[in-house]
Design a binder for this molecule. Structure first.
Ligand code: ADP
Ligand code: ZN
Ligand code: ZN
Length: 827
């Protein structure tokens, strides 16, 4: 360290661009001695370009003076690091492993209000003569209009732009203009997190000392006396009360400032402000946990493995009570005063589990919920850091929470696809991050599932995880029975009505007349997945994506499930003008409608992404189902997770073949997991559960394993196939997606990369090839897949070489509009 050299900060700013930005630290921030290392992990406000400012995160501090002039940071926003004890290790590892930019990581890891930018105001930048013109030529007409509009005023926020552009989705055009450097943002700092506070009044020192004697003193000041009496009444046996309660008692709607002031001056009252948490922490009564013998045994085995420093894979059939085993394990950790992170697939889908956990632990439970407001998320963040909450239930982003005393991590339903971040960098897998965190903190990690992922299964086989089994359902409930309905046969014998076989309808009628409930699964939302012309080959397709439009009957519109655009349903064929248009296939809305005709007396509800757009509909629907107000619940994979309803003994699957033949290497694994989870929703409490599947291939081998509940046999087979054909978990995959508004440009870029990569990687490089959806949001896409041996040196070298190559490509002017997405360990 050199005393005379100024300190420099390497700052991550929330931009997609690569790298860190260097700023000078204002001398006032640090005394001369030693590096102010506590700045690392703190947020700072920094200038950026000519007109922008950002809140960034200090990643590093050093004294290596750069050769170019640098700006000074403007403001330090935190007095201590915001990322918790191992935050720095975690961030550094994520950057290296997931090959992402610090800005992108910041975008996913920190709650929005800790990053600002959410209230960004868009402003038009001037066209730079020499470069601007050909950029301008390439712009979409809508982008040009938006730029002209922005140029007329002081700027617009996103909402205003959205309103102005109706019916178009503004994002692609904003993005295009941003990338062309034609618009920028004026960051507004008004929305930085502010805690919610409450005013309190407490008895002052003289009141406490003199007691009721003070009343006599106040006889000549009736308003003060009145206030003191009201406060006395409200506070009851305590010495304090909220100001609002006192005012309510006095029937005042304004604070009598002068009165209060005099009382404070006399030493009779003290005014305080207290911070009020917005996140609802459910303080549970600690209920005794009564494990059954099978659970006791599993818990014991898990403990033994954990004591040896091994992580555990709890393989427990559906309804075996894995939650009770987790609770038994985590209680000890809480009793030691340590924190527990409990990861769940999607928190909105598991509110039953959250309630159950809260009942059993004696501590307050924090819930990190994607539906909570930005303010609430910041509060939980701070509570975790300050130790104000010991048990946190969270979806995948919980791995970033700033723990200080973490003692255990639980990953429930560890096979669930939602643990993997999709389509956004860093494309992290929260289960893997949890295992990594466990090793850094030196704490146990418990993974649990009825159908473990191929990765965890293989890790257990090779001894990296200790597998503990729960093979029995709780309370001796039997495993569900599997029934296959051969739709080809049913059709031949005239036993099909719409989407339903008579077998399924009869089974539903039986259940309902016995006072029970039914879950019906179809993995497609909307009414019909496509609209066809009967006179020519025309199909309604999105104008920005290579996708058929889905008909949504409730709004009588066509929707693109790729970009979200909504279109009016056309009166006739766009190609030949014929009015003979037909809807093909069916989704959950259609099933709901058919049920209305086939079983008119039955109360039906639907649970899918469309149905839960409105905020509380999800829990309202589930509550109604719980009360029995709903008899049949139709849904997408939303109904496959976690639900635990005593009234359900029948689950119907309308198209069991869907998903079996996808090209993705994980298709079989996913199908098994989904169907097993669905079956697991039935017969959990009383009677025999049953899953009835409509299929055209009743003899598919996967179905045989499901029927025999032979997950181990299935997985052995699956792993054999993976090792023979070179798929994870035996090799590592890397997917690199390229996209560009022009087909020719994305092809050119891909060819250029292939030219450099092929000679080095040889057969490890696959592609470029278009993904399933070759055009998405007006961007043409191509992708490469790179296979590499596990733990190999080549993997290490790739981790440096690939980002460098991509960076080189992206810095070329002709690739200004090129986008790159790196997906490490794609699923
Ligand atoms: P899983 O996650 O393994 O499918 P759950 O943890 O949801 O199973 O448990 C299934 C049902 O059995 C739940 O309703 C749960 O409350 C109940 N249950 C499981 N174990 C016990 C136990 N030891 N005592 C009381 N209820 C239990
Ligand atoms: Zn036509
Ligand atoms: Zn689209």
């Amino acid at each position: 360290m050199d005393k005379d050299q100024p300190w420099l900060l390497e700052v991550a700013v929330p931009l997609g661009v690569d790298g860190l930005y260097t700023y000078a630290m204002p001398p006032a921030w640090g005394s001369g001695q030693g590096a102010p290392t506590d700045l690392v992990g703190c947020r700072v406000r920094v200038p950026f370009g000519k007109r922008k400012q950002y809140v960034g995160l200090v990643m590093e501090i050093h004294q290596n003076q750069p050769a170019y002039p640098i700006k000074e940071a403007l403001e330090r926003l935190d007095s201590r690091p915001i990322w918790g004890r191992h935050g720095q290790d975690l961030w550094e590892w994520m950057l290296r492993y997931y090959l992402c930019s610090p800005g992108a990581l910041m975008g996913l890891a920190l709650p929005a209000l800790l990053r600002v930018g959410s209230e960004s105001v868009l402003v038009a930048m001037d066209l730079v003569e020499e470069e601007g013109l050909d950029v301008w030529q390439d712009l979409h007409p809508l982008s040009k209009q938006l730029w002209e509009r922005l140029r007329q005023g002081p700027g617009m926020n996103l909402e205003a732009v959205q309103r102005w552009m109706v019916p178009h989705n503004p994002t692609p055009w904003i993005q295009e203009l941003m990338e062309a450097g034609l618009i920028g943002t004026l960051e507004s700092f008004s929305k930085i997190y502010r805690p919610k506070s409450e005013a309190w009044v407490a008895k002052g020192p003289r009141w406490l000392a003199e007691g009721a004697a003070i009343m006599t003193e106040l006889e000549r000041s009736p308003r003060q006396l009145e206030f003191v009496m009201a406060m006395h009444a409200v506070a009851a046996s305590s010495d304090q009360a909220t100001l609002s309660a006192v005012l309510a008692k006095l029937k005042l709607n304004k604070t009598p400032t002068a009165v209060l002031q005099s009382l404070v001056e006399k030493g009779l009252l003290v005014r305080t402000t207290r911070w009020v948490p917005r996140v609802r922490l459910k303080a549970g009564l600690q209920q005794p946990l009564a494990l059954n013998p099978v659970q006791v045994d599993a818990s014991l085995k898990a403990r033994q493995a954990l004591a040896l420093g091994q992580n555990v894979l709890l393989h427990g059939v559906t309804g075996s009570g894995k939650t009770h085993v987790y609770l038994d394990l985590l209680r000890e950790v809480l009793d030691r005063g340590e924190q527990v992170l409990f990861l769940l697939p999607e928190i909105a889908l598991t509110h039953q589990l959250v309630q159950r956990v809260a009942e059993y632990v004696g501590v307050e439970v924090g819930v990190y919920h994607s539906r909570y407001s930005d303010h609430e998320r910041v509060e939980l963040w701070n509570l975790v850091r300050d130790g104000g909450v010991s048990l946190v239930l969270a979806p995948r982003s919980g791995v970033f929470l700033p723990f200080e005393r973490l003692g255990m991590i639980i990953v429930d339903e560890e096979h669930d696809p939602s643990y993997k971040q999709q389509d956004r960098s860093p494309a992290y897998q929260a289960r893997d991050v949890a295992l990594w965190l466990g090793s850094v903190w030196k704490i146990p990690v418990v993974l649990g599932s009825a159908t473990p992922s191929a990765e965890s299964w293989q890790a257990a086989q090779s001894g990296r995880l200790a597998k503990v089994d729960l093979t029995m359902r709780f309370a001796d409930q039997k495993m569900p029975e599997w029934v296959w309905v051969d739709m080809v046969r049913e059709k031949q014998s005239g036993r099909v009505q719409g989407e339903f076989s008579s077998t399924l309808l009869e089974a539903m009628r039986d259940e309902i007349s016995a006072g029970r409930q039914v879950l019906l699964f179809k993995n497609r939302r909307g009414y019909a997945p496509s609209l066809h012309c009967e006179d020519c080959a025309w199909t309604a397709r999105c104008n920005q994506c290579d996708l058929a439009l889905v008909y949504h009957k409730s709004e009588h519109r066509l929707r693109c499930h790729g970009c979200g655009q909504v279109f009016a349903s056309p009166p006739g064929c766009s190609s030949c003008g014929s009015t003979r248009l037909v809807y093909k296939g069916y989704g959950t809305q259609k099933i709901e409608e058919s049920l209305g005709l086939l079983l008119p007396e039955v109360r039906v509800a639907r649970l899918d992404q469309d149905a839960v757009r409105s905020k509380n509909l999800y829990s309202r629907t589930l509550d109604a189902f719980q009360r029995g107000d709903i008899q049949v619940l139709v849904g997408t994979q939303m109904i496959s997770k976690g639900l635990d309803f005593p009234g359900v003994n029948l689950v119907g699957v309308l198209d069991a073949d869907q998903g079996l033949f996808r090209s993705q290497f994980r298709a079989q694994e996913r199908s098994y997991q989904l169907l097993a989870q669905l079956a697991g929703r039935s017969g959990r409490h009383q009677g025999q559960g049953r899953i009835l599947l409509q299929t055209r291939m009743p003899h598919h081998p996967l179905f045989g394993w499901l029927e025999r509940d032979a997950y181990a046999t299935f997985m052995d087979q699956e792993l054999l196939y993976r090792s023979q054909f070179g798929y994870p978990p035996y090799v590592r995959l890397l997917r690199i997606g390229l996209s560009h508004p022009h087909q020719a440009m994305v092809e050119e870029a891909a060819a250029e990369l292939a030219g450099v990569w092929r000679p080095v990687l040889g057969s490890r490089l696959l592609g470029p090839a278009p993904p399933l959806t070759a055009l998405l949001r007006n961007e043409h896409r191509l992708e490469f897949w790179i296979k590499s041996e596990k733990n190999s040196e080549i993997r290490q070298r790739l981790a440096e070489w690939i980002p460098a190559e991509l960076k080189r490509l992206l810095s070329m002017r002709k690739y200004l509009h090129l986008k790159v997405f790196v997906d490490v360990d794609p699923e």
